[in-house]
Design a protein. Structure first.
Length: 231
């Protein structure tokens, strides 16, 4: 979709690899200005080299409230306004039944995947354009037994998406959850260590709905990227 995002100003979290990197590259390739985040700005060096000068690297650790506040302020100041916020960053934690789940890991996963995400949304919203978009990356593992804190975080993301969609309707802000489906990422490799990564689609094949929403589409509160036209 070259040119369709000219002038669009976007934030993409967890952009150093996987789905986040693919989305950031696609946005920059479509003409958008992008603030890409990772826990260290150094992790974004190869993304900036590949995507060009329209990508700005910002450090963000969603588990740290001060980091979230700094990153949001820096991103808004860099872009001037925010048209699209893609909440992709998160942690897998460990796969275990809730009855046995280590609570120190639970706290980390929920802090990154849910609480920190909401804090970022709250900090970015004053600088977001009316009619803009918030895209929350969800998963088919939401609510799935033995997936522990990650499944609970994604279940929370789904609920938060539906709530924000109604609560921000007066500003015409489209809030959409996108499930990339099985995708060749480091997180999936950790979750399925016996799987051959070559049998799983590359993240670049899942960016269609992310591009469409950034360009103004409103496909509803939940999108399955694997079923998107042209996927």
């Amino acid at each position: 979709m070259p040119g369709t995002l000219d002038g669009c100003r976007c934030i993409v979290t967890g952009a150093s690899r996987g789905v986040g990197r693919a989305v950031a590259e696609a946005y920059a390739g479509g003409g958008a200005r992008v603030v890409a985040t990772a826990t260290s700005a150094d992790h974004l060096t190869s993304l900036r080299a590949a995507a060009g000068p329209d990508v700005t690297a910002v450090a963000l650790d969603l588990r740290d409230a001060a980091s979230v506040d700094r990153a949001a302020a820096e991103a808004v100041a860099t872009l001037g306004r925010v048209d699209v916020l893609v909440n992709n960053a998160g942690l897998l934690g460990v796969r275990a039944p809730l009855a046995d789940y280590p609570l120190e890991v639970w706290d980390e996963v929920l802090a990154a995947g849910l609480t920190g995400t909401l804090r970022l949304i709250q900090r970015v919203l004053p600088g977001m354009t009316d009619g803009g978009a918030i895209v929350n990356v969800t998963s088919g593992a939401a609510g799935r037994p033995t997936w522990g804190a990650y499944a609970v975080a994604k279940l929370g993301i789904d609920g938060m998406t539906r709530m924000l969609r109604e609560e921000l309707a007066d500003r015409r802000i489209r809030v959409v959850a996108i499930n990339p489906g099985p995708t060749r990422t480091a997180m999936r490799a950790a979750a399925y260590p016996r799987e051959d990564p070559a049998t799983v689609p590359h993240p670049a094949s899942r960016v269609g709905p992310f591009l469409a929403v950034a360009a103004g589409a409103d496909p509803g509160w939940l999108v399955q990227a694997a079923e998107w036209a042209g996927a």
